[in-house]
Design a protein. Structure first.
Length: 200
């Protein structure tokens, strides 16, 4: 292995460790719980709970992760732009696919069985879209746990669509699972990288 490859491998390991703090998992889980509560109580006012947790990302990184790691740039600005451009493009592609499916069901002649299968199950489409975004996030960031979250998203959405359970409840349960995973990661991170007295 060349020195350049060794450096890239070391940078990749550091990058993964930097994002093992569970913060994005906690905020993602909290956002999904908020979205599920909005569905359960059918209150548009509660939709704020689905995006507000993400406002805490930078403050939590600043107060939890950076004191242990410092502020580190793992890739060049061009590589970072490329990484997030790929994620954005994948998200747009997934969104277009969902819109295409909706258009097919709405305007193209399909069998009544297929139409009845999707009737009243919009969360299946939304869940599929969210799962695709999580797969893309896992591929772009290298955080393989997002593949598990994608599978769980599909599982909980299918359960909510076909079982006599309110879809809001299954969404809340999905969020709680991801939230619990994030809290576990955070506790492990704090144990692995304790602050010294001077840093504290």
């Amino acid at each position: 292995m060349s020195e350049n490859d060794k450096f890239k491998d070391l940078a990749n390991r550091a990058y993964i460790s930097y994002h093992q703090d569970g913060i994005i998992d906690i905020l993602l889980g909290a956002g999904i719980v908020g979205f599920g509560l909005q569905m359960l109580f059918d209150s548009p006012a509660l939709i704020v709970l689905s995006w507000m947790p993400f406002l805490l990302y930078m403050p939590m990184k600043t107060h939890i992760t950076e004191p242990r790691f410092g502020y580190v740039r793992f890739t060049s600005e061009q590589e970072e732009r490329t990484r997030y451009t790929r994620l954005l493009l994948f998200g747009l592609l997934a969104f277009v696919m969902v819109l295409a499916l909706v258009a097919v069901l709405a305007y193209v002649r399909v069998s009544p069985e297929v139409r009845s299968l999707f009737a009243g199950r919009a969360m299946l489409l939304l869940g599929g879209f969210a799962a695709l975004i999580m797969v893309a996030a896992g591929a772009v960031t290298g955080l393989k746990r997002f593949y598990i979250y994608a599978a769980l998203t599909l599982l909980f959405n299918v359960a909510g669509a076909f079982l006599p359970i309110h879809e809001g409840l299954t969404t809340v349960l999905l969020g709680l699972v991801i939230l619990a995973s994030g809290i576990r990661l955070l506790l492990l991170f704090l144990r692995a990288y304790p602050l010294t007295d001077e840093e504290a």
